[in-house]
Structure formats: C-alpha cells, structure tokens
Write a protein that binds this ligand. Structure first.
Ligand code: PSV
Ligand code: MN
Length: 424
C-alpha cells in the first residue's frame, strides 16, 4: 500500500478553504506563529515497532486484520503514517522481536520511506526459545553471574544491530525486581545491575547514548530494580556522560508530578527523552493525550522552558518516542492520534508567554501564572499543526484520509486477515 501525492493533494483541496479560515483566524493573534510552524515542521516522533500490531493484556489479545508480519511490513506501516502526517519519520526497534536479516535491504527501504532508526531496545524481560538461561529471577541484577553475562551480551548484540542500521541509542528497560519481601538483597541487586550496565556502557560506540528507563511496578510487584527516576538517575550518573534517564509517562505511581521530574532531569542534563502514552491507573499504554492532555501540555511546557534554558535543539536533543499499545483500536489510527496529541501539546507549550510567566512567578502572582498556562492550553492550535503538516506535504486531516483511502482494508487484502505482528 502506498499513499500517493495525488490522493493527499485531493484530500487537502477539499478541506483547504475551511482550514485557511481557521488558520488565519488563530494566526492573526500569534505574533510568532511562523516560528511555531517551523519548529513543528522540524519535530518528529518515533514509532515503536511493537505498537503496529494490536497490544494484548494478560487476559488476552484480539488481533486486528492486516497486521504487519515482518520488519519490512512494520516499516511500511510507519511509512504510511509518515506520508499522512510528515511527523513520524523514525522507527524504534525491539530486539529480538525485530531482528533485521538483510541490513542493506532494510536501510534502503528506510531511505525510500523517509525513515531513520531511533533508539534500539533490548529485551531481557522474556525468555526466548532456545535461550540457555532464564530471566525468571531477573537479568542484569541476577544472583548468577552467568545469567547476567547472557543479558549483557544480548544488550551488546542489540547495539551491534542498531549500529548496522544507523541508530544512535540503546534503551534498556529492565523488568528486574522482586515480588515478595525478602526475595532480594536490594544493595546487591543494585550493584549487580550497575556492574552489568557498566559493561554494556563500555561497548557503546563513541557517538551513542544509553537510555535507562524506569518503571514503578509490573511485572514485579514488590520492588523494581530501576523503579523510579531517582534510581535511574543514580545509575546514569554513576555510568557517565553517555547515560541518560528515559521517562515513560505510564511508569509512575498514581498522581506523580511528571512535569517536575522532567524539569529536574533537564536541569541535570540527564533527560534522555520520552516514551509517550497516557493512562488513568498505571501503565495503561493508552493513546497519548486521551486521558490527561493538561499533564502532557505541562510536561511540554517544562521541556520548552528547560531546553531553551540550555540552548538545546528541540527536535534533535532528546529522544521522542511513543510507547503505547492496547487492545481496542486500529494501531495505525491510534498512532496518528498519538502523534497529533504530541504536536498539539508542543505547539501549546510554544505559545506560553515565558516573560510574563517569569514576572508572575517573581511577583508570587499565582493567579496570573495559572492564567498564562491555561490560556496557552485552551488555545485551539489544531489548525497551526495542520498548517505545518500541509507545508511539508502531509494531509490536513490524517485520520480522516486514512479512513477515506481504506488503508486497513488494503493492508488486509495484501497481508490477509490473520497476519500477526511480533511483540507482546
Ligand atoms: C515496559 O513497560 C516498556 O515501557 C518498555 O519500554 C518496553 O521496552 C516496552 O514497554 C515494551 O514492552
Ligand atoms: Mn516504555
């Protein structure tokens, strides 16, 4: 399936008059609208290869038709998203779910689709077929040096795969931890994990980064060995300048102030970037912006403030990735919605009048400070995001066009009803 220029242009033409009216109305009020548009144009969000199929829960999985059955097909799916929104020009791979067989072919395909390879992810949270030793009691933390060694080698192997594809970062997420009090010696588990991470860190190519992702609970329910941002920061600080802490929005305890965490990690220059998703209860992996859009905006508000403070390039200094998958929506529709939500929150954060906010903060004018933020959040920036998309050849309404072109039926015809994507 390929989405042609002609069909995007035809779609844009039918919506253009309405779009123009909406855009001009909002743009007339925003002096720096052109700056916002060029920043939106530069901004891309990586799509995780594991979110292109229907996600499951431990109670079951309800696969949809036409899921991508190979890495090539997953890349084609991301290519479709990118053709529609022009903001999804990157894919993040999970090894061994997506081991490339023909690097030259995969690289050529990526170039053809306009995609680059974002961070590569290792997987020591599942045992693979024919794996010598089990990760049932952890991987990098394991009491047995042989298990730790196997997990270290896997991570180094993932780096090699990533290098061959042009990735520049390794994301390590560990399910290591314990389910019952007494199961683990916390200090020893930490030290084993640190030593293991040090060996992986030593294998990083010069221009690579290591992202250490934390998670409060699940699959372990009493302790997680990288359970929160403090623990991750401890590891990344001890590891060195190439190690950073990755924030997955779903990995906090209820009501955690994620925007404050983000601000402080940025202050320490230790923020790796994001796994975006949304949740109401825990690691729900729901569509970005579907539950707490204000929180997403507040996170972007801190990001813009912090990145500008350090003179960081918004588009390229941090890793911007989605990590969501669930049981009920078409994964491609879901990802289009997620990218849109991210672009909206970013655009709103770019609207915040930073000078006025600082004045209000310095004067302890709490009501004004709140007004300034809410004023930006309550601005309907959808036509600004659409204008950015339009200028680089995307669709004014990506989801609408996805449905109009019957993309899922075309993919089902190509791949069949029962092709199943690898992943959880
Ligand atoms: C774990 O919950 C996680 O967020 C990690 O990023 C994994 O790599 C990903 O989900 C897929 O299981
Ligand atoms: Mn994640």
């Amino acid at each position: 399936m390929h989405i042609s220029r002609t069909s995007i242009d035809a779609h844009n033409e039918t919506l253009y008059a309405t779009h123009k009216r909406r855009f001009e109305y909002i743009a007339s009020d925003i002096a720096h609208v052109e700056d916002i548009i060029s920043r939106l144009i530069a901004f891309n969000v990586a799509i995780p290869s594991w979110a292109l199929g229907t996600g499951g829960t431990r109670f079951g999985r309800f696969p949809g038709p036409g899921e991508p059955g190979s890495l090539e097909e997953k890349m084609e799916d991301v290519g479709l998203l990118h053709a529609l929104n022009r903001s999804s020009g990157a894919i993040s791979l999970h090894i061994p779910w997506d081991i490339p067989e023909d690097y030259t072919g995969i690289r050529a395909k990526a170039a053809e689709l306009g995609l680059v390879f974002d961070a590569v992810n290792s997987n020591t949270f599942q045992d693979q077929k024919h794996q010598a030793l089990s990760y049932k009691f952890g991987s990098l933390q394991h009491v047995d040096r042989a298990v730790r060694k196997q997990a270290i080698e896997h991570n180094i192997d993932v780096i090699r795969h990533g290098e061959a594809l042009g990735s520049k970062a390794l994301t390590v997420w560990l399910s290591d931890g314990s389910c019952f009090p007494g199961q683990l010696n916390f200090r020893r588990a930490f030290q084993h994990t640190l030593e293991s991470l040090e060996e992986i860190y030593a294998a990083l190519p010069g221009n690579w980064k290591m992202f250490v992702e934390y998670k409060a609970f699940e699959p372990n329910f009493y302790s997680m060995t990288v359970g929160d941002w403090g623990q991750s920061l401890l590891y990344t600080t001890k590891l060195g300048p190439k190690a950073y802490t990755l924030v997955d929005l779903g990995h906090h305890l209820p009501n955690a102030n994620i925007e404050q965490i983000v601000a402080l990690l940025l202050m320490e220059r230790k923020l790796a970037g994001f796994h975006f998703n949304d949740s109401k209860y825990g690691d729900d992996d729901l569509t970005v912006g579907s539950i707490r859009p204000y929180q997403l905006f507040l996170i972007f508000n801190e990001l813009v403030e912090g990145m500008d403070h350090w003179g960081m390039d918004h588009a390229s200094s941090l890793g911007w990735m989605i990590d969501a998958s669930h049981n009920v929506k078409d994964p491609l529709e879901d990802l289009l919605q997620s990218v849109e939500a991210i672009m909206i929150a970013y655009a709103q954060a770019l609207l915040v009048d930073r000078k006025k906010l600082e004045e209000a903060q310095s004067a302890n004018d709490v009501a004004s400070a709140q007004e300034i933020l809410q004023d930006a959040f309550r601005t309907d920036v959808r036509s600004i995001v659409a204008e950015a998309r339009l200028r680089i050849g995307g669709a004014l309404e990506p989801l609408h066009l996805f449905r109009k072109l019957e993309v899922r039926s075309a993919l089902t015809n190509e791949r069949g009803r029962f092709s199943v994507a690898t992943g959880l």
